[in-house]
Design a protein around this ligand. Structure first.
Ligand SMILES: [Zn+2]
Ligand SMILES: [Zn+2]
Length: 587
């Protein structure tokens, strides 16, 4: 009996983002990717979302390394957070490591890892695994599929990929090598990208975008052109640069990641732009509009990005004029559509012409569509298949494609984040679960959990009512208050009577509790009940109710807001012994 192999999916199955897979054999764990996810709009204030690393942290001593398939944030963006908890080496191609390094360096964690640059076709021995790096085309150069050779046979992880037969750098997805593996010992298990599994047909080649961009640049003669695309999409940047150079335009990179990635990719020889064609964005005004192309970040409408600031007139380098054409060489990632539309509207309001993927073929996806996936399956002919990298409906669509291509349905497993599978001599089957909670990062990791987010949603939707009262429990009397402070619940003109009546209701509740000899937390509960009931029946709203009871000058912490009354910001002087009824300056 060969050693069984366990697979634990920590992210990326059910959402696009935070891709992270643990492959385990003989108690040694190899990670494939360690990404982050960008938050949905309902995750108020959240900067980013990570996989739940708690299981990995428990197994810290067993982690032998992390293979990164390519340099997108949903594959490398979590490394700098996991490295705070555990130390491990990272393996990837030169550009992938270069892109991953930025955040790790910023976090001051380089000494907790070893960055190992691999070359196409190489096989590295990592713990009990032999890991082979196979070229794959994607929307960032130097992506790879990984063939992980295990005692249970070869596990092929496709990475993010498309089958681009004419990629900008000529580096094809190495289907021949995959075919050789399949026809030799065979692929025991395939894990493959599902992002576009429900899209019919083939993804367009990246080079077809180049032609469109060239023609556009031709049409825009005499006008200033500002193009936004992903800063890591070096091939898109190359094609844009080529078009600019062809029409004698200077190229001005704008936005931190665009400047950084262009510098890095030129140093690595992956991006060819003549020195004489590059200018600083601060020099743009020295040129005629028709002599410049600005290359910007912010194609997803990210709030603080160069393009969003430009659209709102807050960009410190550029102002939009009617001489500008803005090209969004991208497609909004699901969830970003509204932000992108707003940016387009604002650019147009300022007079710019805007070209986007809805109007022109200025973008091609980096993920294989249905026909490419079928081709892949026909070459890999896996014994077992698990779709990865997709929302649930993408994963389901991919299982159907696998069936069409001949994998029996009993050999296809639909797993989700947190699922653990075991592959042994008998085959592949579920084997328990680990925690796969969203870990929300706002400022410092671990700051907030689902409770805080729930509170934020209530505050955002309904506002807050704080009721403060000072009591003398021994004397069974109210010493001061109740005082009511509110935000976001009720507008000033209508608040007078309501607030007065609310004070009355809270007073009655507190007096009843005091007569009952209630302790402080019971008094707070009675305030929450009384105020909540009143607010709901009177205004049909459900703001957060925060009762604060002070017992003879002793501050009691009854809530997570700790709303000790202070004058600052609330529009009233206050203090617990302040006016019996206070109205806020503004609500
Ligand atoms: Zn991805
Ligand atoms: Zn990707």
């Amino acid at each position: 009996m060969a050693s069984p192999v366990h697979l634990t999916f920590l992210g990326g199955l059910g959402d696009i983002g935070r891709n992270c897979l643990a492959i385990e054999c003989d108690r040694q764990i190899l990670l494939i990717d360690c990404g982050l996810m960008f938050p949905d709009t309902d995750m108020l204030g959240v900067d980013l979302v990570l996989p739940d690393f708690s299981w990995l942290v428990e197994r810290a001593a067993d982690v032998v390394g992390c293979v990164v398939t390519h340099g997108h944030e949903d594959h490398v963006g979590g490394l700098s957070y996991l490295l705070r908890e555990i130390e491990f080496p990272i393996f990837g191609t030169e550009l992938t490591i270069g892109l991953a390094k930025g955040r790790i360096e910023e976090a001051g964690l380089l000494k907790r890892t070893e960055l190992c640059v691999v070359a196409d076709g190489e096989t590295w021995e990592i713990g009990p695994f032999d890991v082979e790096f196979i070229p794959a085309t994607h929307s960032v150069p130097q992506g790879v599929a990984t063939a992980v050779h295990t005692p249970q046979g070869t596990i092929l992880h496709s990475g993010d990929f498309k089958i681009d037969l004419t990629p900008v750098d000529g580096r094809l997805t190495n289907l021949a090598r995959i075919g050789a593996l399949a026809d030799g010992e065979g692929i025991r298990l395939l894990l493959a990208d599902s992002t576009n599994a429900d899209q019919p047909g083939h993804a367009r080649s990246e080079t077809t975008v180049g032609k469109v961009l060239y023609n556009l640049m031709h049409e825009q003669e005499g006008r200033r052109v500002i193009v936004a695309c992903f800063a890591s999409h070096i091939h898109r940047v190359q094609q844009l640069a080529d078009a600019a150079v062809a029409f004698d335009r200077k190229i001005a990179p704008m936005g931190r990641s665009m400047r950084r990635n262009i510098t890095m990719a030129r140093e690595m020889g992956l991006l060819k732009i003549p020195d004489t064609s590059l200018i600083d964005v601060e020099e743009v005004d020295r040129y005629q509009p028709g002599q410049v192309m600005v290359l910007s970040t912010g194609s997803q409408g990210e709030p603080m990005s160069a393009l969003t600031l430009l659209a709102s007139g807050e960009n410190r380098w550029l102002k939009i004029t009617p001489d500008d054409t803005v090209i969004l060489s991208s497609h909004p990632i699901p969830g970003n559509e509204n932000a992108v539309t707003k940016v387009i509207d604002n650019l147009m309001r300022q007079g710019a012409e805007v070209v986007h993927s809805g109007l022109s073929d200025v973008h091609a996806t980096g993920h294989a569509k249905a026909e490419e996936l079928k081709l892949y399956h026909s070459i890999v002919k896996p014994e077992w298949f698990v779709p990865v990298h997709g929302e649930y409906h993408h994963l389901v669509a991919h299982t159907r494609l696998a069936q069409v291509m001949g994998t029996p349905s009993e050999n296809i497993l639909l797993a989700e984040d947190g699922d653990r599978l075991v592959l042994d001599d008998k085959g592949l089957r579920p084997d328990g679960r680990v925690s796969s909670e969203y870990v929300y990062v706002h400022g410092t990791v671990g700051d907030i959990g689902t409770g805080v987010l729930r509170d934020r949603r209530i505050l955002a939707d309904e506002g807050v009512v704080v009721a403060i009262v000072t009591v003398d429990r021994k004397a069974h009397t109210i010493v001061a208050g109740p005082e009511i402070a509110t935000r976001g619940w009720i507008s000033d003109p209508e608040s007078g009577d309501v607030l007065g009546d609310l004070v009355g209701r809270v007073t009655t509740a507190v007096e009843a509790s005091l007569a009952d000899n209630a302790d402080v937390s019971s008094i707070e509960r009675s305030i929450r009940r009384a105020a909540g009931g009143f607010v709901s029946e009177r205004t049909r709203r459900r703001p957060m109710i925060v009762p604060v009871v002070l017992d003879s000058g002793v501050v009691t912490k009854g809530t997570n807001i700790g709303a000790k009354p202070k004058g600052g910001g609330s529009g009233g002087s206050g203090g617990a012994g302040g006016a019996r009824r206070r109205r806020n300056g503004r609500n």
